[in-house]
Design a protein around this ligand. Structure first.
Ligand code: SF4
Length: 313
């Protein structure tokens, strides 16, 4: 492949295909409960990101069992990564997080992925994660929502944190040897190609382990939906998104694993989703453009480690 595909990485690491199981914890988000904000990010709907999830009223064990029962016969699956997905999954007391992590550590669980915000990570939580990873022999990774490195755009989308908090969280995660995945939306209306390339550069310079790319989708009832209906911004074309992803990949360090090139958002309750076309068609178009340009991930990753003095070597 012309980019570092997540499913291949999992096969290399665990010797076979590994499946993520979405898990809901009974948590909210500091950008919703008044700690950083009350309305949430302008694009975030009432149910957050976990539109396929089971209810958080079910225990972690019950959700793992139900998801496993659904997936195992269909794909002959044997190894899993529970994914604490919805809202900010470290926005709870650290010892409570530890209980949820321990509950998820079962025989066929090889790793646990935890989605959260950069301002919901501190050393106490990282000590808990490192302890569980070491004692239970599971890989724990953290998925940080960033969306863009453009801190002016971060203000516009009302994230309630800036770029600095993200950098701090990544450096701390690295200190505890916990892998980090970063979520980005490559077509936020106020961002252009400069922001896309800079996002790839910042992630590469910080040596994050994985990245997950999304295209913006407009959920009904959100602030973004109001702005969209009032035509306060335009969404770039699908073709431009494809070009942005290819440029992003070219600037991204080749070691960074790419979990997704485009999100799989539901059409229900949205005003706009992936240009009303299948996510796989957009993925195919991205892979097609990589072929057409005869390029690959890391092709333009020549800016690290003092590129201006390279000529003196
Ligand atoms: S940080 Fe995540 S859960 Fe919180 S409002 Fe933003 S998108 Fe929604």
């Amino acid at each position: 492949m012309r980019y570092n595909v997540y499913s291949d990485y999992l096969k290399r690491r665990y010797g076979e295909k590994v499946y993520k199981l979405p898990i809901s914890l009974p948590v909210t988000c500091p950008n919703r409960d008044g700690t950083c904000g009350t309305n949430g990010c302008v694009f975030c709907g009432e149910i957050g990101a976990g539109y396929e999830n089971l209810p958080a009223s079910m225990t972690v064990s019950m959700q793992i069992a139900a998801n496993r029962a659904h997936i195992a016969p269909k794909y002959k699956a044997k190894k899993y990564i529970p994914y604490f997905q919805n809202f900010s999954n470290t926005y709870l007391p650290a010892l409570q997080l530890e209980q949820y992590l321990l509950e998820a550590c079962q025989d066929d669980i090889v790793g646990i992925a935890i989605a959260t915000r950069p301002d919901c990570i501190n050393d106490q939580y990282l000590e808990v994660m490192a302890r569980v990873a070491a004692t239970k022999n599971v890989d724990i990774s953290v998925e940080l929502g960033l969306q863009t490195v453009n801190y002016h755009t971060l203000q516009k989308i009302q994230r309630g944190h800036g770029l600095g908090e993200f950098i701090d969280a990544v450096l701390r995660l690295k200190k505890y040897n916990i892998e980090v995945c970063t979520h980005l939306i490559l077509n936020l209306p106020w961002d252009d190609m400069v922001d896309v390339v800079e996002s790839a550069k910042v992630l590469s310079a910080l040596a994050v382990n994985q990245v997950k790319l999304h295209a913006l989708y407009i959920v009904k009832g959100t602030v973004m939906a109001n702005w969209y209906q009032d035509q306060l911004f335009e969404i770039i074309s699908k073709e431009e998104y494809v070009v942005r992803v290819v440029e992003f990949l070219e600037h991204l360090h080749p070691d960074i694993v790419v979990q997704r090139l485009i999100g799989r958002a539901p059409e229900k309750n949205t005003l706009f989703t992936n240009w009303q076309t299948g996510w796989w068609k957009i993925r195919d178009a991205i892979e097609g453009l990589l072929e057409e340009r005869n390029t690959c991930q890391g092709e333009k990753c020549n800016y690290l480690n003092g590129s201006a003095v390279r000529k003196f070597l």
